[in-house]
Design a protein around this ligand. Structure first.
Ligand code: C2O
Ligand code: CU
Length: 461
């Protein structure tokens, strides 16, 4: 108990917690029986705007942002959810290929976890990279009030970076008194979504992190916002894109206003300037007025690293689809539905604006809809995503990773992902091996779109 409290406290101070079974300093047998981390979602108070009164927020640890969790590739990870919220919740591990029962979707993969109940999430991440976690229950409220955290799965062999900084990028719907205002406006839900008013990284506005002068820094940006698509670029030094959505890119490229939507992640390598006190800013340019998301500042004598020494990250063991024999399945994302939606449970907001293959699903319910597609275990599939709306949708598939093969609108260097940003009128093919049995959600990660119909699931048996 003592140990856990100590960790929770330190995670509040630093905004990040490094929690590995080994780091608790216990015997291996005890460590195995104990969770690596205990997450206690609860109502807490925190001042997002420092000179205004604190808001009531939801957090996974008392008094501050969710801890940055670390798991190790190929080693069991155990997180215990102890729900201290006065409502049901669950945890979804976004982007991880894990057993269906650990996926955190109420009524689809597990029951609700009510107040004071616990649930143990135990899985062994096969892939290294940058992931995140969030509830899959009353999602618009629970995420908008704060329940989003980063999960890093460390590579088996630690890559050669001089520092590793993670940014949880998200906005808040706060009024001028610093208190929460209405989380969405229905007419905006029917368009791009309702944007936050205060923009933060790790719950603070343009935080600064000290990193070694002349060092190579791994900067992980995780968009956990419910609405905003970022366009990221840097000032003060160039940044190299080394991974997208957790997966190493086949060829490094320079960051240049790269779009990162809700649910997506980008890993950058930045060779910091040699001079102490130099600033490198990460900037968002997706809105009419650009702003600095976070700043890295150099400290100490230059490490004089050479960016050309940067080695590609090791590949993750994702099975390669057999494109010759793959079955093609079309998915159309539209603004209209043909089938009348059933009443959604788990935080439906009551409107139906969006659909996948002409069906709207407003939320998970004890009586879910039919699967959008039934897949055979072990077979290869190509999903053709077609966006027939004038808005961009980050389309996320649970439990599997897919290769984004091509698009009718842009040139794509095929890469592996779990969340594809599908542009207006875009058609893209994504391929994967259906190697993970179960019911897996497929939905837009703009949460208002998800909650107003752009959601469904596929079944693999
Ligand atoms: Cu972050 Cu259903 O997903
Ligand atoms: Cu959408």
């Amino acid at each position: 108990m003592q140990t856990r409290r100590h960790f929770l406290k330190s995670s509040v101070i630093t905004g990040s917690a490094i929690l590995g079974g080994g780091s608790l300093g216990l015997l291996a047998s005890q460590a195995r029986a104990m969770p690596n981390v205990v997450l206690q979602p609860a109502i807490t108070e925190f001042p997002i705007i420092s000179n205004l009164p604190a808001q009531k927020m939801f957090s996974y640890t008392p008094g501050g942002p969710a801890p940055i969790l670390r798991a190790k590739q190929g080693e069991p990870f155990h997180a215990r959810l102890e729900n201290k919220l006065p409502e049901a919740t669950t945890i979804h591990w976004h982007g991880l290929r894990l057993p269906n029962a650990m996926d955190g979707v109420p009524f689809v993969t597990q029951p609700y976890v009510y107040e004071n109940e616990t649930f143990d999430y135990i899985f062994t991440p096969p892939d290294a990279g940058t992931y995140w976690y969030h509830p899959h229950c009353n999602t618009l409220e629970q995420m908008s009030y704060g329940l989003t955290g980063i999960l890093i799965v460390d590579e088996k062999d630690t890559p050669d970076f001089d520092d590793d900084v993670s940014l949880n990028l998200r906005d808040w719907r706060l009024g001028s008194d610093g208190q929460f205002i209405d989380l969405y406006k229905a007419r905006k839900s029917a368009r791009a979504g309702t944007f936050g008013t205060v923009k933060t990284a790790n719950w603070s506005q343009n935080p600064t992190y000290e990193v070694p002068s002349g060092g190579i820094v791994r900067l992980r940006a995780v968009v956990t916002d419910v609405t905003r698509i970022f366009k990221l670029t840097t000032k003060g030094a160039k940044a190299t894109v080394i991974a997208l959505d957790g997966y190493p890119v086949p060829n490094h490229f320079e960051l240049d206003h790269h779009a990162v939507g809700p649910g997506q992640r980008i890993d950058l390598a930045i060779r910091m300037p040699d001079e102490e006190g130099s600033a490198v800013e990460l900037i968002n340019t997706s809105a009419s007025k650009a702003w600095t998301v976070a700043t890295l500042k150099t400290k100490g004598l230059s490490l004089k690293r050479d960016i050309r020494d940067l080695k590609p990250l090791p590949k993750n063991p994702v099975p390669v689809p057999d494109l010759q024999n793959a079955e093609h399945i079309p998915f159309e994302f539209t603004a209209t539905a043909e089938s009348a939606p059933k009443n959604g449970f788990c935080g439906t907001i009551g409107f139906s604006f969006w659909a996948i293959n002409r069906k709207s699903w407003l939320g998970v319910s004890p009586d879910p809809m039919e699967p959008l597609a039934e897949l055979k275990l072990g077979k290869s599939y190509v999903f053709s995503f077609r966006n027939r709306t004038p808005h961009t949708h980050p389309i996320h598939l649970h439990g599997l990773s897919f290769t984004l093969l091509n698009s009718n609108k842009r040139k794509i260097d095929p890469f592996i992902t779990d969340t594809a940003l599908v542009l207006p009128d875009e058609r893209m093919d994504v391929a994967f091996v259906a190697d993970n049995p179960g019911d897996w959600l497929l939905h837009c990660h703009i949460i208002e779109h998800q909650k107003t119909g752009m959601s469904g699931f596929i079944r693999i048996t």
